[in-house]
Design a protein around this ligand. Structure first.
Ligand code: NAP
Length: 516
């Protein structure tokens, strides 16, 4: 049997009491390691994390905690090769795709180390200016933000075991809140290894960072009112979380990142030969194939002027047919596999569902694999679907196929394009492509109400834009409605979730006496 990974909880390593769930190489089908979270006294461990981890972190200033994050960055950088090996074996990703998760996570952590340094030697934050509460100028209200006295529990999805940990842990630790991460089981190994390296290096106070791999049973039950919960995953699990007593009755603050039917929009007036058209096709093809489409931000709906349907289909087919798929260890392979057999089956059944309302414009299932046994490997080539009935094809706007799949959706005019983008009922991101700054700006503002991020690509930023699906720590990540209604990152805005904002009403002499 393979190694049973230990959990690190409340300052000590603890192996689960069960035989564990196996994690597999999705390309070779071999068992890698096992995880188990049985036998942990969660309420006692959570209590210790709140009291010891929380107190130790809150005793430090923001700048000291930022220095701690910078030290963690160095530790992770020193172990990058191991992380790439784990990602290849457990996520089946090619090097460039592993980089998004591993180096993306390290970059996010280092960004918060820099932002935290700027907050200096304080332990709390003033929020705005004092406001007079009445005629007497002496009695005023000053808002402050102080670190929450609970812990932060992260329940993460399988697709970003590295970045998914650090994009949440960086602002939490910088805020002075101890962290427990429960990674998605199929790829939990990378999260566990990163935490292990940080713990072994001793760069964080005891009980500041814990990892529990395996079942989520009992985790939510152990949460108390001052804790926070950040969840990333499917809308179905999100619904279970929202109705759990911890959230519904004990008011645990919850952030939810869920499914999203993201779109990319080519504005009217752009056709083959225009720079914007080429940038659009390049980005859509990249989004479909990066991490085999297993990104919550990936383009699922490709919105195009009706008269460009055939031209866009042709241009995308030309790009997608060049994408080699298979064993990520083979240098010639551009796209690796899905993370598990369950994901492979889910993509196949999602494609079957969409088939009733779409035509297949490029069939990835028919593609030969490089260096991989199609009976074993969870690989599938990129598949482009299309519908000529944008309004009636409701499944296209409802069904997130979490793989290398997107659908061409033609629109009649700009207003119709925006209406179709909103049919996602709230998305993480949309991207808009065109060459007229005024038209791009107007569309961006129009789409802002239903998206967490609007990514605008014009020829002048063709070489420098950060990518439709890349989540940058400077910008908020999250979206309204179906996307979960959550918000993460966005620079120092991310600290809000881990702080209590309180209005202190007092005389100006009291308010000016604060030592933060
Ligand atoms: P999932 O099945 O909902 O699982 C997400 C996490 O929840 C996993 O850690 C899972 O543990 C845990 N979980 C499952 N049942 C639970 C329960 N009853 N109570 C508490 N936790 C529970 O989602 P997934 O399949 O891993 O991830 C794919 C989905 O995530 C996609 O729909 C994608 O759109 C979404 N996603 C969204 C974002 C975003 O930022 N918005 C980012 C990435 C992914 P186990 O793994 O042990 O079951």
């Amino acid at each position: 049997m393979s190694e049973l990974l230990a959990n690190h909880i409340a300052g000590r390593w603890q192996t689960g009491s069960g035989s564990g769930t196996a994690l597999f190489d999705p390309v070779l089908g071999t068992e890698l390691v096992r995880v188990d979270a049985g036998g942990i006294d969660l309420p006692a461990a959570f209590q210790r994390i709140r009291s010891e981890g929380g107190a130790a972190l809150r005793a430090l200033t923001y700048a000291q905690r930022a220095a701690m994050l910078a030290a963690a960055v160095k530790v992770l950088q020193a172990h990058r090769d191991t992380y790439y090996e784990i990602a290849t074996a457990n996520s089946g990703t090619v090097k460039n795709d592993s980089a998004i998760d591993i180096d993306g996570g390290i970059y996010t952590l280092s960004t918060y180390a820099k932002l935290g340094e700027g907050l200096g030697a304080q332990r709390a934050l003033l929020d705005g200016e004092p406001s007079r509460l009445g005629k007497d100028p002496l009695f005023q209200s000053q808002h402050v933000r102080v670190p929450r006295r609970g812990l932060a529990l992260f329940i993460n999805a399988f697709n970003f075991p590295g970045w998914g940990l650090w994009e949440k842990a960086a602002p939490a630790l910088l805020s002075g809140v101890p962290v427990i991460v429960k990674p998605g089981t199929p790829t939990a190994w990378l999260t566990q290894r990163m935490v292990k390296d940080i713990i072994d290096a001793g760069v964080l106070p005891a009980c500041a960072l814990s990892v529990i791999c395996g079942s989520s049973a009992g985790l939510l039950d152990a949460l108390e009112p001052f804790d926070v919960l950040s969840f990333t995953g499917s809308a179905d699990t999100a619904a279970v979380i929202r109705t759990h007593a911890a959230v519904a009755k004990r008011s645990v603050r919850a952030n939810i990142e869920a499914d999203s039917l993201n779109s990319a929009i080519l504005l009217p007036g752009e056709g083959p030969g225009s720079e914007a058209f080429d940038l659009f096709v390049k980005e859509v093809a990249r989004e479909m194939t990066q991490k085999s489409g297993q990104k919550c931000t990936a383009v699922r709906r490709v919105l195009i002027p009706e008269n460009q349907y055939d031209a866009v289909a042709e241009a995308l087919r030309a790009r997608l047919s060049k994408v080699t798929v298979g064993n990520p260890r083979n240098e010639s392979v551009r796209m690796g596999s899905l993370v598990s057999r369950a994901q492979f089956d889910s993509v196949r059944s999602g494609l079957q569902a969409l088939a009733s309302q779409t035509e297949t414009l490029h069939d990835g299932a028919a593609q030969a694999l490089v260096d991989a046994d199609p009976q074993v490997a969870c690989c599938i080539g990129p598949t482009l679907l299309g519908t000529r009935r944008a309004d009636e094809a409701h499944l296209v706007h409802d069904t997130e196929v979490f793989g290398p799949v997107a659908t061409l959706v033609p629109y009649r005019n700009s207003a119709h394009a925006i209406e179709l983008a909103r049919r996602g009922l709230g998305s993480l991101v949309t991207s808009i492509y065109g060459s007229d700054p005024a038209a791009l700006g107007a569309a961006a503002l129009e789409l802002a109400d239903s998206h967490g991020r609007v990514h605008v690509v014009s020829p002048d930023v063709g070489a420098s834009h950060s990518g439709h699906g890349n989540v940058m720590p400077q910008s908020v990540h999250g979206g309204p409605g179906r996307a979960g209604g959550g918000e993460e990152l966005g620079g120092l805005r991310a600290l809000d979730f881990y702080h209590q904002r309180t209005a202190i009403q007092a005389s100006t002499s009291v308010l000016s006496s604060f030592t933060l």
